[in-house]
Design a protein. Structure first.
Length: 380
């Protein structure tokens, strides 16, 4: 197929070429199991990179959120606050545990959790004697953009509620020169096939608290007591990462800085060429405190000014075999979460109506970017 017809994907996996060495090593040493030297080394590399002491490698990011909430004691009748503008995996584990998600809308600069709405929700949920059913706050760094962590952490501290950072899309992003994932009590990464680095499928839980990570390792390997026979005093999970896949992760982590640069290059290219068009907007770093990995480049298309809808641009790209995707549908609009209490301001609704993710793979070629630009411009 000619290069002009080949499909351009939104965010495909990008191997460095160093992965097979580790995968082969796993086979040669027979560490083909959810335990082994690659798991240990991969954990160390992500903990170091994220500026936290400890990491547990798991089989998905969703599993990491589930374990984080479980370890905070979330259960039936409890409530967990979460960003509404996110992928469903942020909130699904709240429901696994029988708790209720409380959804918080976005603020316009980062598109992430609005600190004012967070405080309003915490205040309203606090009963007599300071009692509250709210057991945790899950704050998402969407599309790689760090949330307003200063304000969010201050509010969470004031109400004494632990924060879990959902950094599934934000490995390599920084706030106040500190890696995201190092602010909350715990943080979650994902290495799904579409993320900035991948292990095909995988995730991790990060924390500065050793007990939490030891416990996550224990729970993720079926909660086996220290006995030669299989003895269990608690319900466990089978959530550990395979040593083979951790080998892929090691190869990916060796090039993470380059991947961040490549994703940011995509953003700069699109913004440079489309940013001056009336009615087209980008998710920009609000000031020098914010450093986004720009996992996906997202554009806002104001149909009144640009003269074209998001759908029309999507259709035109699709006809030219270019994959794009509307922004995440806010959870408060999702049939499965629409009955959850929500604190809304209309921001994420508007983002969802007008927003589109553009092809953002780290090995997008100059030619491919030009093709996206040409078709996008033709759609206007
Ligand atoms: C990908 C993603 C997850 C889930 O990660 P998996 O590894 O796919 O389970 C959670 N939250 C957000 C915001 C994500 O983008």
């Amino acid at each position: 197929m000619s290069a002009s017809k080949q499909r351009i994907y939104l965010s495909p996996p990008h191997m460095s070429g160093r992965e097979m060495k580790y995968v082969t090593e796993a086979f040669e040493t027979n560490w083909v199991a959810p335990v082994g030297p690659h798991v240990d080394a991969f954990e160390k590399s992500i903990a170091d990179y994220c500026g936290v002491k400890y990491a547990a490698a798991l089989n998905t990011g969703t599993a990491a959120i589930h374990l984080a909430l479980q370890m905070l004691g979330v259960g039936r009748g409890d409530e967990v606050i979460a960003s509404s503008f996110t992928f469903s995996a942020t909130a699904n584990p709240i429901v696994y545990l029988g708790a209720t998600p409380l959804l918080i809308d976005s603020e316009p600069e980062t598109w992430n959790m609005d600190p004012d709405l967070l405080e309003r929700a915490l205040k309203e949920r606090r009963g007599k004697h300071g009692h509250t059913a709210v057991k945790a706050v899950i704050v998402v760094h969407l599309y790689g953009m760090p949330a307003r962590m200063e304000e969010i952490m201050a509010i969470a501290r004031k109400y004494e509620i632990p924060v879990i950072e959902d950094a599934a899309e934000a490995l390599g992003s920084r706030y106040n020169d500190k890696p995201v994932g190092s602010f909350g009590e715990m943080a979650v990464l994902s290495f799904n096939g579409n993320k900035i680095i991948t292990t095909s499928g995988g995730g991790a839980l990060l924390s500065g608290n050793r007990e939490l990570i030891d416990r996550a390792r224990f729970l993720s390997t079926q909660a086996r007591d220290a006995a030669p026979h299989y003895q269990h005093s608690e319900i466990g999970y089978n959530y550990r990462m395979s040593n083979v896949l951790a080998g892929i992760g090691r190869g990916q982590m060796e090039v993470i800085d380059m991947r961040v640069r490549q994703r940011r290059d995509n953003f700069n290219f699109y913004r440079e060429h489309l940013g001056k068009i009336d009615g087209i907007g980008f998710l920009e770093e609000p000031d020098e405190k914010y450093f986004s990995n720009h996992w996906l480049t997202t554009v806002l298309i104001d149909p009144e000014i640009a003269g074209v809808t998001r759908e029309a641009v999507y259709d035109t790209l699709e006809k030219s075999n270019i994959e794009s995707r509307p922004l995440w549908k806010p959870l408060h609009q999702q049939p499965v979460f629409s009955s959850c209490p929500a604190w809304l301001n209309g921001i994420s609704d508007r983002l969802f109506d007008n927003g589109l993710c553009l092809p953002s793979g780290s090995h997008l070629t100059g030619e491919e970017r030009e093709r996206v630009l040409r078709i996008f411009s033709a759609a206007l």
